[in-house]
Design a protein around this ligand. Structure first.
Ligand code: CA
Ligand code: CA
Length: 437
């Protein structure tokens, strides 16, 4: 199955056109940022990992899962806030790495471990080697053919320090016992399969999620799922393995997704595609929720276009304004506003000489909150949210004026017909004594 996909890898595919996106539950808190094809890379991009001693140096698998597999390196460029914005130069060969797959990580002593697929081996590259110094056969210690993801559990997580490995084919996760030899490489001396920790979908790589991360309340690991074209989040068992029943899709539509690693400084997740040879960044960044709605302005014949509207998002219990936003209506009385607030709120709107109106329970969440509509009562010529004698005085002072003439007051033209006259007093009378929300 996977081989068939790979043959398609020769076809140039634009990832953006294929619909990669954050899963809905994460869409308001994360953005996908395409970093593009890696310049100078020969293709078959899979594994990805940062140099533990140089945060701007990336190691990348090439010709993945082929006998001529290789390890490339490339530097990244960052902006003033430390966020990766592009590649610095071209990728260069670092080492041979036959059969290299998605799993790639450094041991605590700086040996680079990589997964070999479908040969089910653990390759090891040392800081100065230009090829694998040692290749450990994993079938000999009871690991199902063939290996996919491999990762040391970072400090601060359940099972910290242990080496985890997942079979790409069966989805089984293992604890792997290693012992350093005289040359500084490692012998794989045993493994234990973790009962119940079987993650389907083709685990190419795994990255432990640093907390706090939006939408992650518990220690979790993100796993690339090549066959599902997704990355999913799993909460961790006490020994640091994914709990399959907690699976939440994180990113979807990722054709050829294979490698994954975290940028330590920013928390960005970097993903590779074996089929497009592109790197995509997943960045925790609050994406505004959009509130759209409309108003019906009673007893008004004027144009709605560009009338200023004030929208307040308030505590549902106390009514206290948490965020007050201003915009203008379109000619149909519709408005749209963006907010970073999430939750259930009381939302109020106020326009010049209309009384404030409220919607008591508006749920603001990922995406767009639609149809927050209001019908507004007229007559508040001084804008204090009640219709009373003070508004009568405002009308009387402008009585007989027209737009552009002496004494004109837009606020007194309650019906919007361009003059202040009897028709406005009739509007005032209709709402006299009323107050807004
Ligand atoms: Ca008033
Ligand atoms: Ca009027």
């Amino acid at each position: 199955m996977r081989r068939l996909f790979l043959n398609l890898g020769l076809v140039a595919i634009a990832a953006g056109a294929l619909g990669q996106r954050m899963a809905p539950a994460f869409a308001s808190d994360y953005r996908l940022i395409p970093l593009g094809v890696v310049p100078g890379h020969p293709g078959g991009l899979g594994a990805i990992e940062f140099d533990p001693n140089d945060p701007n140096l990336l190691f990348l698998g090439a010709n993945s899962i082929e006998p001529n597999g290789e390890l490339y390196k490339i530097r990244v460029l960052r902006d003033g806030q430390g966020r990766i914005v592009g590649y610095d130069g071209r990728a260069a060969l670092r080492s041979r790495a036959p059969q290299i797959d998605g799993g790639l990580c450094f041991s605590p002593t700086g040996v680079l471990f990589y997964a070999c697929y479908p040969t089910n081996e653990l390759g090891q590259i040392t800081p100065n080697s230009v090829g694998p110094l040692k290749t450990a056969r994993l079938g000999a210690v009871g690991i199902n053919s063939s290996i996919g993801a491999i990762r040391f559990v970072p400090r601060g997580f359940p099972g910290a320090g242990s080496l985890k490995l997942a079979s790409y084919t069966s989805g089984q996760w293992y604890d792997v016992a290693i012992r350093q030899d005289a040359a500084g490489t490692y012998d794989v001396v045993g493994s234990s399969s973790i009962e119940g920790s079987i993650v389907e979908g083709g685990a190419g790589s795994a990255a432990y999620v640093p907390l706090p991360f939006p939408q992650f309340a518990k220690p979790s690991v993100l796993v690339t799922e090549f066959d599902y074209r997704s990355v999913s989040a799993f909460e961790l068992s006490d020994d640091g393995c994914p709990l399959p029943q907690t699976r939440r899709e994180f990113v979807t539509g990722l054709i050829g997704v294979q490698g994954a690693t975290l940028d330590r400084g920013t928390g960005d997740l970097l993903l590779t595609s074996m089929l497009t040879n592109e790197i995509t960044i997943v960045r925790a960044e609050s994406v505004p929720a959009r509130i759209t709605g409309g108003v019906v302005l009673q007893d008004y014949v004027g144009s709605l276009a560009n009338l200023p509207i004030t929208v307040s998002i308030r505590n549902r219990t106390t009514g206290a304004a948490i965020q007050t936003l201003s915009t203008r209506l379109n000619r149909y009385g519709a408005f749209a506003l963006d907010t970073n607030l999430r939750g259930r709120y009381r939302v109020t709107v106020k326009l010049s000489h209309w009384l404030r109106d409220a919607r008591d329970d508006v749920s603001i969440g990922p995406g767009t909150t639609l149809g927050v509509d209001f019908t507004l009562r007229n007559g508040d010529a001084n804008g204090d949210n009640v219709v009373n004698v003070a508004d009568f005085v405002v009308l009387r002072n402008a009585f007989g004026s027209r737009r552009g003439s002496a004494g004109w007051n837009e606020m007194a033209d309650l019906d919007g017909n361009g003059s202040v006259g009897t028709s406005d007093f009739l509007v005032l009378r209709k709402y006299y004594g009323m107050g807004g929300a």
